[in-house]
Design a protein around this ligand. Structure first.
Ligand code: RNT
Ligand code: ZN
Length: 414
């Protein structure tokens, strides 16, 4: 019997419908962030010196995408190596302005026309992010929560134009465009006024989010600390979760934005009692919010297991957020995207109903036993079949393709 058929029979014996799991796993959209391709640099014509705003890609592996054409070329390559439905997630600094300096508060959907054409051609949808960092007007460490009315209103205008862009993208491409608001605001040490910035941040978002816009789905992302904002982050977990519930916007959980031993899996069954949907930034913190490439790790598996156990997979918007500049960036993408899809498939292959029944009846040793045995089920054979059906390389075959792309394309970017 072929390996897949044997594996399918093993799962059937556990009461798991492999065909349904493969189909579902392929249909869940994963939004691929553009910023892994160029280390969060963007194409902006700069208005002055910028700092990174508390996030940092380390490494200088050759082959970084230097413009929109190169970035889209990389996307095309990546998309040919990963199975299932994808979206592309852009930041405002990836606008293409023909070498003209366009202020962040003046951006329009036209500046993303080439991205929209490409997305139409690829048959994928776009998501969006205002870029509230890496800009002279973010130099004080405060943007939307700034006490300087001139600075604060600049960033409010940026948030507003970005929502118009998101709505424009949705109109062009159909469906929704998820726009995620993350700001770097905070302070390095001994913050004495922790109240004022939070109050101003509420006022700023209330102004930005005032108009419901067609196709524009807003999310707000919390964080624990950043480089240079170790003592105080205005947009903390408590701040944004409260804001999201009060104002009916989506809350974004980034896997790297909590204490080092704190994980997000256990938060889902609480937050989703009060919210319709959540936005996930799958990332991998190592000792800090290091944004390492996502792996098929217990942390990642637990997130998707929690969602399928609560029948909430469709209530999670899945977006990637990592950036490693020290390795081949195509490889970084493919590892992170395939790992995320694997974790989705893995969760869908769990005999959850059986496990929950055992737990309900106090048969906890049986439950533990089943969970342990499930870890060595022939998952790999099902994953390979999923890749085969999606027409992408099976197993490690994609690594050769990454290497030939490096030889033919990336190594020539000097
Ligand atoms: C930063 C946040 C945010 C960014 C992207 C580039 O800590 O995670 O999501 O990584 O917007
Ligand atoms: Zn994030």
């Amino acid at each position: 019997m072929p390996v897949f058929d044997r594996a399918k029979a093993v799962y059937a014996d556990w009461g798991v419908d492999v065909e349904a799991a493969i189909q579902k796993a392929l249909s869940v959209p994963i939004s691929i962030h553009c910023w892994q391709a160029d280390d969060v640099s963007g194409f902006e014509v700069h208005e002055g010196s910028t700092d990174s705003g508390g996030i940092m890609a380390t490494g200088n592996y050759p082959g970084r995408a230097r413009n929109g054409d190169e970035l889209r070329q990389d996307y095309d390559r990546v998309l040919s190596l990963v199975p299932g439905v994808h979206r592309a997630n852009l930041h405002a600094i990836y606008a293409e302005t023909n070498g003209q300096l366009v202020g962040r508060d003046e951006l329009q959907v036209e500046h993303f026309a080439r991205w929209i054409d490409w997305a139409k051609h690829q048959g994928i949808k776009l998501d969006f992010n205002p870029t509230y960092f890496a800009h002279p007007k973010a130099a004080s460490g405060y943007t939307l929560s700034s006490a300087d009315p001139e600075i604060q209103s600049f960033w409010i205008r940026h948030g507003i134009v970005c929502r118009n862009i998101a709505s424009g993208m949705a109109q062009e491409l159909g469906g929704e465009c998820v726009i995620n608001h993350w700001i770097p605001d905070g302070a390095k040490d001994a913050t004495v006024d922790r109240w004022g910035p939070r109050k101003r941040l509420i006022e700023a978002y209330d102004e930005i989010l005032n108009d419901p816009l067609d196709g524009c789905t807003d999310a707000v992302e919390s964080k624990l600390f950043g480089l240079g904002s170790e003592d105080y982050v205005v947009g903390s977990f408590e701040f944004y979760l409260s804001y999201a519930i009060a104002r009916k916007v989506i809350f974004c959980l980034d896997m790297g934005h909590f204490h080092p031993t704190e994980t997000i899996a256990d938060k889902l069954s609480s937050i989703l009692q009060f919210q319709d949907r959540v936005l996930l930034h799958t990332s991998r913190p190592m000792r800090w919010d290091s944004d390492h490439v996502v792996l098929f790790s217990d942390d990642l598996k637990n997130v998707f297991n929690e969602l399928t156990r609560g029948q909430a997979l469709d209530r999670a918007i899945i977006a990637l957020d990592f950036f490693d500049a020290s390795i081949n960036r195509i490889g970084a993408y493919v590892v992170g995207i395939r790992s995320t899809r694997k974790a989705i498939l893995n969760a869908l292959l769990e005999p959850t109903a059986q496990l929950q029944t055992l737990e309900l009846h106090g048969k906890n040793a049986q439950k533990l036993g089943l969970l342990e045995e499930a870890k060595t089920l022939p998952f790999g054979a099902i994953w390979d079949e999923l890749c085969l059906r999606a027409g992408v390389p099976v197993g490690k075959a994609w690594i050769d393709e990454m290497e030939s792309y490096e030889t033919n394309v990336l190594s020539k970017r000097v």
